[in-house]
Design a protein around this ligand. Structure first.
Ligand SMILES: Nc1ncnc2c1ncn2[C@@H]1O[C@H](COP(=O)(O)OP(=O)(O)O)[C@@H](O)[C@H]1O
Ligand SMILES: [Mg+2]
Length: 386
């Protein structure tokens, strides 16, 4: 519960459960969670706890419920301050003054004081469905990513987020519009060819599905050194293997993983390898397409903390695509909301969460589940009342 971003408001890092889930080939003795549990007792390392009855409907398997267990103070209750602030209600109140500020003005105001790294202007991309039908996946989308910021892109599945990311990374050719990276028009093939090496080194992507984005026939060490081999770059740590070992340690995996194949890793570990490969080149722009969507909350927290750390250390700019809005609120500086291929709202993350203007943004924010049954019931009651 504490690892949820909903409870991390105002904190620099998310709470993480130390360690990794147990290796199932060699399961630990006793309680599998013992080595990650700060309240573990000696018996936890010996014997698995039985189910203790708390009420007719509530049972829990922890030795802490045994009458012989020492009394310990439970961890501080997770508070609902994030939601208690009542952004949903606040969000619906529109002051006349705020209403006047349009998306365009917001961009202009911001643009005056900050250096732009990526400018996406009137991007449009259609896919043909069958012989006659055309689907506009991205429709006249414009936004900017400033140097050193985390720009979030949110929206439901199929709203065109990945297509935007792919266009930004030149993995997909737009129908019209321009994408400027450091004022270079990356969609113009002549400009792209001229700056190919710089563009390929400075921009990196982490895909949503790490299983299909890592070559299953390459060992982790080869995956990590591949970008250096392709670009003929001498790594900072001297040799390719030293560099691979360094990058792996950086994302919290030890060197024994260098000799493993992607299929021998868990989802979280594979995603860390994908992240290590992307940050190895010390990119200026990192595009992450739902990088944590398939991970459990504790591993999500570890990876998001890692992003925070890397961003602080390298100062890179981030295009962070996600559908978990509380994570976006925790990590991003600005956010763009996509709906049906269009960008319907863009602005500072706190402004958008506190004063959403577009009905779709409001609906999206209202649909964030509250990890507190009492508050969730209260919200449902209020909605019914309305
Ligand atoms: N290669 C493709 N061919 C045909 N349609 C596609 C292709 N890629 C994406 N689409 C369509 O474009 C729309 C937007 O897709 P996508 O950008 O992947 O959305 P998101 O990442 O927001 O879920 C979807 O309706 C999807 O079916
Ligand atoms: Mg997608």
């Amino acid at each position: 519960m504490q690892a949820l971003p909903a409870y991390a408001k105002g904190k620099e890092m998310l709470h993480v459960i130390p360690g990794m889930p147990p290796v199932l080939i060699d399961p630990p003795r006793g309680d599998a969670f013992a080595c990650r549990n700060e309240y573990a007792l000696a018996i936890d390392y010996e014997k698995e706890p039985p189910m203790f009855r708390i009420s007719d409907t509530h049972y829990a398997a922890t030795w802490l419920l045994d009458e012989r267990a020492p009394e310990i103070k439970p961890p501080s209750p997770v508070c609902s301050s994030f939601f208690a602030e009542g952004y949903q209600r606040e969000g619906c109140e529109e002051t006349a003054e705020r209403k006047k500020t349009s998306v365009v003005e917001e961009c202009q105001n911001d643009a005056e004081n900050r250096e732009t790294l990526v400018a996406v202007n009137h991007l449009t991309k259609s896919f043909s469905i069958g012989k006659r039908n055309v689907h506009k996946a991205v429709d006249d989308v414009s936004f900017r990513i400033y140097k050193g910021e985390v720009f979030g892109l949110v929206g439901e599945s199929g709203s065109g987020k990945s297509t935007v990311a792919n266009c930004v990374m030149n993995l997909c050719k737009p129908d019209s519009g321009e994408i400027l990276y450091k004022e270079i028009d990356t969609c113009c093939s002549k400009e792209f060819r001229k700056n190919k090496k710089m563009l390929q080194c400075e921009r990196q992507i982490i895909f949503q599905d790490s299983t299909s984005s890592l070559n299953p026939r390459m060992k982790v060490k080869d995956i990590l050194s591949e970008p250096f081999r392709i670009q003929h770059i001498t790594p900072k740590r001297g040799t390719l293997s030293a560099e691979a070992a360094f990058q792996l340690t950086y994302v919290g995996l030890d060197n024994s993983y260098l000799e493993k194949y992607p299929s021998e890793l868990s989802g979280g570990q594979r995603q860390r390898v994908a992240i290590a490969r992307a940050v190895a080149m010390e990119p200026e722009l990192l595009v992450a397409d739902e990088p944590i969507a398939s991970l459990d909350v504790s591993i999500q927290a570890q990876i998001v903390n890692l992003f925070r750390h890397l961003q602080k250390e390298h100062g890179f700019s981030f295009l962070f695509i996600a559908h978990d809005l509380s994570m976006v609120r925790f990590l991003c500086d600005r956010v763009g909301v996509m709906h049906d291929g269009k960008l319907v709202e863009v602005g500072n993350v706190e402004d958008i969460f506190r004063h959403p203007k577009h009905p779709y943004t409001k609906a999206l924010i209202e649909s964030i589940p509250i990890p507190d049954p009492r508050m969730e019931r209260q919200r449902a009651g209020e909605k019914e009342h309305e």
